[in-house]
Write a protein that binds this ligand. Structure first.
Ligand code: SF4
Length: 433
C-alpha cells in the first residue's frame, strides 16, 4: 500500500491499437501504415526531460504503460523509456512496473522481452471468456488466445491481472455468475471487473441511441455488481476500489496512487498528470492526436495543451472524487489540509441515513479487541434533525461509500462537494462554542 505523500508515479501513454473497439473512448488510434517508433521514443524522452526539469528530483515508485495497446510497443522502446525515467528520476528497487497488454498471440510472444526491459506486472485486456461476446465487443482475440496469454503472463511476471467487461447486452445474472467463476479460476491476485458503459461519440453510443444495443438497466446492473462482490469476496479478492479486486497487498500500487491523489507525471499523447512544482499541484493534459503530440514535443519539448495550477478547492474535489472510489475512503484531515474545506456534517449524516456512506475510523485504526462504536457515528445516530453538531471531525475520521453508495458514486461526491464548508469557518464556530 502506498503513502500518497511519498510516492511518485509515471504514466506513459501508448496511443496505438490494432483495431478500434466500438465501445472505447480511450485515446487510441489505428495506423495501418504503422508509426516511427524511434521518433516516438525520442519524444517520450524529451517530455520526461521537460517534466523532470520542472519538478526536480524524485524516485518513481511505480511506472504504468497504458493505452492504447502498449503491448504493441517494441520491448526496446519500453526499455528505453524505463532507462530514461531511471536516469532522470530514479526508479525504486521494489517499484511496480505495469504494462497493459492485449492477449493476441503476437503480443503474448513479446512478454519475455517486456520482462527483460524491466516490466514486472501485466494487466491483460481479456474482456470476456465467451468467443461470441468477444466478437460483439469488437475484440480481435479469441478466448483460447486469452487463456494462453494468461499462462505466459503467469510464468513470466511477478504479478498479473486481467480485465473483464460485464453488464453486457442481454447478459443474465446466471451467465455472469458462471463466467466470473471461470475467470476466478484463472485469476492471480488481482482482477479488474468493469461494467459496460455507453461512452459518447462511440459506435456503441450510436447503436444505443438507435435502440439497437440495449444494456442492463441500473437495477439489473446493480444485481450483477452484487454477484461480482459476492463471488470475488468468496475467493479472497477484496473490492478495494469500485471495479478492482485484489488479495491483501496485491492492489495496483500505481492506481492506488491516483485514487489516493498522489503525484504522477503523465507522459505521451493524451496523458494527464498531477505534478508538484514549486510547492503547487499542477494538472497537465497532453495533445491527444499522436502525430500532433509528436510535433509539439519536437518543437516545444512537451506535448501539453494544458498546464494549470490547481486551486485548493479543486484539489479537495479531486481528492474526494478519487478517494471515494476506494474502500478505505477519504481521510477528512488530509482533505482539510489540502483543500481547506470539509463536507458539512448534515450532508454526511444524510448520506449515512440513506445507507450510502459510512464515517469514522476504519477497523484497522481501532484497537484490536476493542470494537467500540465510533463516537462520530454515535453522535449522528443520536442527534435528531436540526440538532446535529456543526462538526465532530476527529483526526482519524474517514468517510467511505458503502457498496450501495458505489452504485451512485457521482451523486454522493456531488452532494458532499456542494456542502463544502471552509475549515476556518468551522474552527470559528467551534471556538465560539
Ligand atoms: S484495445 Fe483497448 S484501448 Fe484499444 S480500442 Fe480496444 S478498448 Fe480501446
Amino acid at each position: 500500500m502506498t503513502d500518497p505523500d511519498t510516492t511518485f508515479g509515471v504514466y506513459v501513454h501508448w496511443p496505438f491499437c490494432a483495431q478500434k473497439c466500438p465501445y472505447c473512448d480511450f485515446n487510441s488510434h489505428v495506423r495501418h501504415k504503422g508509426w516511427d517508433e524511434e521518433r516516438f521514443l525520442a519524444a517520450y524522452k524529451s517530455e520526461i526531460d521537460w517534466v523532470a526539469d520542472r519538478i526536480g528530483s524524485r524516485t518513481a515508485t511505480s511506472v504504468f504503460f497504458g493505452g492504447g495497446t502498449p503491448s504493441l510497443m517494441q520491448a526496446s522502446t519500453v526499455a528505453g523509456i524505463l532507462e530514461h525515467i531511471a536516469k532522470r528520476w530514479g526508479i525504486a528497487r521494489d517499484a511496480e512496473i505495469t504494462l497493459e497488454a492485449n492477449p493476441g498471440s503476437v503480443e503474448a510472444a513479446r512478454f519475455r522481452g517486456f520482462r527483460g526491459a524491466g516490466v514486472n506486472r501485466v494487466s491483460i485486456g481479456v474482456q470476456s471468456l465467451r468467443d461470441e461476446e468477444l466478437r460483439k465487443l469488437g475484440r480481435i482475440h479469441s478466448v483460447a488466445e486469452a487463456k494462453s496469454a494468461l499462462g505466459v503472463a503467469r510464468e513470466t511476471f511477478d504479478r498479473f491481472s486481467f480485465d473483464l467487461i460485464y453488464a453486457r447486452p442481454g447478459q443474465t445474472a446466471e451467465a455472469w455468475r458462471t463466467e466470473l467463476a471461470e475467470a476466478l479460476d484463472l485469476a492471480g491476485d488481482h482482477l479488474s471487473l468493469y461494467q459496460l458503459t455507453i461512452e459518447p461519440d462511440t459506435p456503441y453510443a450510436a447503436l444505443h441511441a438507435a435502440g439497437k444495443l440495449i444494456i442492463p438497466d441500473d437495477y439489473d446492473a446493480g444485481s450483477l455488481y452484487e454477484i461480482t462482490e459476492e463471488l470475488t469476496a468468496s475467493r479472497g479478492l477484496a473490492a478495494y476500489e469500485v471495479s478492482n479486486y485484489a488479495r491483501p497487498s496485491q492492489e495496483s500500487r500505481h492506481n492506488l496512487l491516483y485514487w489516493r491523489y498522489g503525484e504522477y507525471a503523465g507522459i505521451g499523447p493524451g496523458a494527464h498528470g498531477r505534478i508538484v512544482a514549486d510547492g503547487k499541484r499542477e494538472a497537465t493534459i497532453a495533445e491527444r492526436n499522436p502525430e500532433a503530440w509528436l510535433a509539439r514535443v519536437e518543437t516545444d519539448g512537451n506535448g501539453f495543451t494544458d498546464l494549470a495550477a490547481l486551486g485548493r478547492e479543486e484539489q479537495a474535489d479531486e481528492l474526494l472524487l478519487m478517494g471515494l472510489r476506494l474502500a478505505e475512503g477519504v481521510d477528512l484531515t488530509r482533505l482539510a489540509a489540502l483543500g481547506g474545506v470539509l463536507p458539512s456534517t448534515a450532508a454526511i449524516a444524510e448520506l449515512n441515513e440513506l445507507g450510502l456512506l459510512r464515517s469514522g475510523a476504519p477497523a484497522s485504526e481501532r484497537h484490536s479487541g476493542d470494537w467500540r462504536r465510533n463516537e462520530f457515528d454515535e453522535i449522528l445516530a443520536c442527534a435528531g434533525p436540526g440538532l446535529r453538531p456543526e462538526t465532530t471531525h476527529r483526526p482519524t475520521d474517514r468517510i467511505r461509500v458503502t457498496p450501495r453508495g458505489r452504485l451512485v458514486l457521482n451523486a454522493v461526491v456531488a452532494k458532499l462537494s456542494n456542502s463544502f464548508q471552509q475549515v476556518d469557518r468551522i474552527d470559528n464556530l467551534k471556538a465560539a462554542g
